[in-house]
Design a protein around this ligand. Structure first.
Ligand code: DGP
Length: 114
């Protein structure tokens, strides 16, 4: 049954997604509104709304997200140039309230980010 969280529904397999990586605790899939030629979302299967909500017990899980990013960058052939973004809260651009890393690559990135 669908939940009120799009990413929980993807994790549960009741909403389609183009998956690129999966472990027991982490899932990654392509963003449907890409802002770079390579744009992948990396999520914990556990529902946590925002980085501001993580607890000490989530430290290992958060580390798994970064390790997933490394593996996926290798799979995608972009290990030498990619950006990870985490938006926290509406004012920072967060629109889906389930923690996710954006892995962006295959275009020139500017700094500071907008
Ligand atoms: P953020 O704004 O940081 O919360 O990023 C949410 C991202 O999620 C945004 O880039 C668009 C993407 N997105 C929204 N709905 C879906 C969906 O149903 N499937 C997939 N794969 N991505 C989605």
């Amino acid at each position: 049954m669908a939940t009120d969280c799009i990413f929980c529904d993807i994790v549960a397999g009741i909403r389609p997604a183009t998956k690129v990586y999966e472990t027991e605790k982490v899932l990654a899939f392509r963003d449907t509104q890409p802002v770079a030629p390579t744009h992948i979302l990396i999520v914990p299967k556990k529902h946590i709304a925002r980085i501001a909500d993580i607890e000490t017990d989530d430290a290992s899980l958060m580390g798994e997200l970064l390790l997933a990013a490394k593996v996926i960058a290798g799979q995608e052939g972009v290990s030498d140039g990619f950006r990870l973004v985490v938006n926290n809260g509406p004012s920072a651009g967060q629109s889906i309230f389930h923690i996710h890393l954006h892995l962006l690559a295959d275009r020139r990135m500017s700094w500071p980010p907008g």
